[in-house]
Design a protein around this ligand. Sequence first.
Ligand code: NDP
Length: 501
Amino acid sequence: MNAAAASVLTRLDALRSGFLTRPQRLFIGGEWVPAQSGETLTVLDPSTGRPLAEVAAGDAADIDLAVKAARNAFRSGPWPRLSHAERGRLIYKLADLLERDADELALLESLDGGNPVRSTRHVDIAMAIESLRYNAGWTTKLSGETALAAPQSRSFSYTLREPIGVVGAITPWNAPLLMAVNKIAPALATGCTVVLKPAELAPLSALRLGQLLDELGLPPGVVNIVTGYGAAAGQALVDHPDVNKISFTGSTRVGKLILAGAAVNMKRVTLELGGKSPVIIFPDADIEAATQATSQTIFFKTGQFCAAGTRLFAHRKVFDAVVRGFAERAHKLNVGPATAPESEMGPIISQKQLDRVLGYIGAGKHEGAEVVTGGKRIDREGYFVEPTLLAKVRPDMSVFQEEIFGPVLCAAPFSDASELDELARLANDTSYGLAANIWTRDLALAHGLARRIQAGTITVNGGGREQPMPFGGYKQSGLGREGGREGIEAYTEIKTVAIAL
Ligand code: NDP
């Protein structure tokens, strides 16, 4: 056994004899409490399909307590009244605690969510730490504005930026800790308080985050964590009249329910929803790099990644080379349990999601798509599916229109590289608009297409979005942005004050 595997085993033993043995409670008002109903839910390890942990199944009664705790902390607790620098200091300290426990958090995230430990440590946990530090920096930089000081004006106006209040954060299972942090960090930075409802399928890292918040000594009620089912706990948070904002990441279907529910008392909403992002490869591109990156984003999180490039448009001249390159990589890919250091792709999160992915592949075949590689469940314990490439797809097929959320790439060639309007029409022919990836050495072409594509993030030649840049979707991929100035300002209300001079 090599050193990496031995170190994972030691940490696994520690988790299995510690954190995972205890039924996990809810974190409300600074206390760890069982659900008032006494109900629990079992969390499964997607790499084996076996039980991993028990967590409390909170419902509307627990959400009500958590919202009351968050409201008290906002109304009369110290958190919104701390100096900006002091709030920033505590958020930086939380980042340090995450960094201290990064290996353990990564392993827990891998066990629970099924993503290979090599990526949870260097992507999920690393990005969560970065997000905390980025948002901590904003505590001392947010400000309002004053109107131009015209000498003849009889009025002096300025804007006040105020924390929005109690934030309900509802997060998915594909990047549980990072998604929780991406909502908690800007909320804390602006002086808001939070009730977090993690996904039922992967709630453990959020609970471990709760322990770190506890250790940090955050005032009681500033962050509350209620695990439970979406239809019970999640919906109760959306419906609660004393919540000011819902920040949600998940499916477009639930996003629409949240938007409708939030309308009742006009809660503010930020929605990060699904995607069906195009990858457009021009004949002059670095085909090796384009194929490598396109494969990686489909294998990353087993394709359970909202911004994954899932619709491949490669120019006819390079189409076969791209398809061949993807198939070779898929064959060589090390698919295995998330905690094995050598695994490059893990399982799908659950049996239900696996059935859904296989259902889409079946529907694609039925409608005439050709399976170039993959297409089947892998015969082993856990919820594994082969990395899959479907060719001969048409824009009207469900596999080309709907979010599959699995390692399934759908490929179609295009012929005329100079017809930017036509290419943009192909790329935009979906109800989603989260991301797009362009591969060409011709920068005029890249800029021209970037302007025409309706998507919140466009990468050219594999560029990575940096921390100050906002992330979010056009069309049914969401509402509002996370990250950057837009992301943090979404946790504030703005007030204009006008004084007669
Ligand atoms: P959901 O959108 O159902 O889940 C996301 C979060 O919302 C979870 O915490 C969930 O709770 C909660 N939720 C569910 N129903 C409600 C409700 N009525 N009110 C409030 N909160 C609710 O995603 P799924 O897990 O069902 O995944 C299905 C599909 O969604 C995937 O195949 C994928 O296409 C898409 N998806 C997209 C993601 C993204 O990053 N954009 C992330 C996850 C999924 P609970 O866990 O208990 O259901």
